[in-house]
Design a protein around this ligand. Structure first.
Ligand code: NAD
Length: 488
């Protein structure tokens, strides 16, 4: 399947340059890199490869724009975000197609990402005008305490490839609402959606230099240079825990404020008193959304012995009906994985699980051909030392482990260095409450397989990260607290 005329037309509307100070320029070295369609391996676009100098110029622009943007009335900042939301909804189809083309997810899911990503623009346009401090009495009666919240300053954003739009708006929208400027580095596999988003923000009236975009094929050189620049005031990163740790180290000398949205290893618990229809429906979303390539993806499906056979049978029936194919085309349920490396890792995890006595109930194979397709897979009776259990799978493999008691389920669920999200299926109110208290995760889906919501504080504990995105908590990541004492 080669690229279609309407796809080409859209790709031609995406800038090829680096977005600095409101203009689009080539790399200072003249270097470029290519973006591929993971379903075919075809190059779909060649774009400028930002050098370290380009990134420093982008930070210069963000620093130059900072004061004026912070002093822009919040109503105006709010209006720009709202206009961006309206424009994004008008262009929903374009953005969905671009996401599907460069990242590979099915177009229906890409439309879902546009709506989800757009919600951050709308939510934070509403939050922009609600930044407030407080006034406190001094208990000694000698004066007053005033607490204000001020923009942190220029920010650096590093985003992953799996949700190229939503991971960008989840950072850009609260930063703009708070009065911060930014430099954003999208993932090198999926830079086009972010570039197109910055074009849209400019059209919505964002002043030049407030958001700058610097795609690069050498992220570590760029981040090393920016993180030691004393003008930078904040790093917000979404990606793997391994890279997050390196960035925390690099940010330490500057004592830089950081938000870290890192990896996950979500347990999905199905108790003997669960509504099995709901649990099956929930696991299909929690596991196969985004071809399993989500930080919130259900990683370990822990099912009570008494319902495990029935659960495995029902999910396998659903999986057998899933249609594999190019995300950019309508009607497919499972698109291509993002690259050959991801495909090979998924295959090796499946092979390793068989070593532990696991049984493949559905799928289990790489689909031959040029695209990076892996069959949606169900594996039952996975042993506790399988890599599928200990590692973030990040692929369409549903791995079932069985348990016989609530305490065993809780112990297994918490037996990981990650703590992003857990899913619990039970009809028992007391047990629900116990799970809220006992499961060590920043988020929980109770009888639901989808927790992402712009109005909620998204984020993890343990090695899944620091900070929250979304909700009223999301804007606080971009505000610093100042207390002023005024004597009588
Ligand atoms: P990744 O860590 O490999 O890359 C993420 C970003 O970091 C990319 O932009 C990449 O270019 C950049 N990067 C890589 N090495 C770097 C370095 N040395 N210095 C600076 N930047 C560097 O992760 P990925 O493969 O793009 O994304 C998948 C990971 O992201 C998974 O672990 C997933 O769980 C996590 N994720 C977390 C959330 C969340 O909200 N917690 C959301 C989405 C994805």
């Amino acid at each position: 399947m080669t690229i279609q005329p309407h796809e080409l037309d859209l790709l031609q509307r995406v800038e090829t340059g680096i977005g600095v100070g409101g203009t689009w320029v080539p790399s200072s070295s003249g270097a470029t890199f290519t973006v591929e369609d993971p379903a075919t391996g075809d190059t779909i676009k060649t774009i400028a490869d930002a050098t370290v100098d380009d990134a420093i110029r982008a930070l210069d622009s963000a620093v130059a724009a900072q004061q004026e943007w912070a002093e822009t009335p919040s109503r105006l900042r709010s209006d720009i975000l709202r206009r961006a939301f309206d424009l994004l909804m008008e262009r929903k189809e374009d953005f969905a197609l671009l996401i599907a083309l460069e990242m590979g997810k099915p177009i229906a899911e890409a439309r879902g990402e546009v709506v989800y990503g757009g919600e951050f623009l709308r939510w934070f346009s509403e939050e922009a005008v609600r930044i407030h401090g407080d006034y406190r009495q001094n208990p000694e009666g000698t004066g007053s305490i005033t607490v204000s919240h001020l923009p942190v300053g220029p920010c650096y954003f590093i985003t992953p490839w799996n949700f190229p739009l939503a991971m960008a708006t989840r950072k850009i929208a609260p930063a703009l609402a708070a009065g911060c400027t930014a430099v954003i580095k999208p993932a090198e596999l999926t830079p086009l959606t972010t570039i197109y988003l910055v074009q849209l923000l400019e059209e919505a009236g964002l002043p030049p230099g407030v958001v700058n975009v610097v795609p690069t094929s050498n992220p570590s050189a760029q981040s090393s240079a920016l993180l030691v620049d004393p003008r930078l005031r904040k790093l917000s990163f979404t990606g793997s825990t391994a890279v997050g740790v390196k960035l925390l180290e690099a940010a330490a000398p500057n004592v830089l404020r950081t938000s870290m949205e890192l990896g996950g290893n979500a347990p999905f618990l199905v108790f003997e008193d669960a509504d099995l229809d709901r649990a099956v429906e929930g696991v299909m979303v929690a596991k196969f959304r985004n071809i399993g390539q989500a930080c919130t993806a259900a990683n370990r499906i822990l099912v009570h012995d008494s319902v495990a056979d029935e659960f495995a049978r029902r999910v396998s029936e659903k999986v057998a009906m899933m249609k594999i194919g190019r995300g950019a085309e309508e009607g497919n349920d499972i698109g291509a994985m993002v690259d050959r490396k991801a495909l090979a890792k998924t295959a090796s995890l499946v092979a390793d699980a068989l070593r532990t006595g696991a049984v493949i109930v559905a799928g289990g194979q790489v689909v031959p051909g040029p695209g990076n397709f892996f069959q949606p897979t169900v594996i039952d009776k996975v042993g506790p030392d399988a890599r599928l259990v200990g590692e973030e799978i990040f692929g369409p493999v549903l791995a079932i482990t069985r348990f016989s008691s609530e305490s065993e389920a809780v112990q297994s669920a918490n037996d990981t260095e990650y703590g992003l999200v857990s899913y619990v299926y039970t009809e028992n109110v007391g047990r629900s409450q116990r799970m809220i208290e006992k499961l060590e995760t920043g988020m929980m889906g109770l009888n639901t397989g989808l927790v992402s919501n712009a109005a909620a504080p998204f984020g993890g504990i343990k090695q899944s990260g620091i900070g929250r995105e979304g909700g009223f908590e999301g804007i606080r990541e971009y505000l610093s607290t100042k207390y002023t004492l005024t004597p009588r």
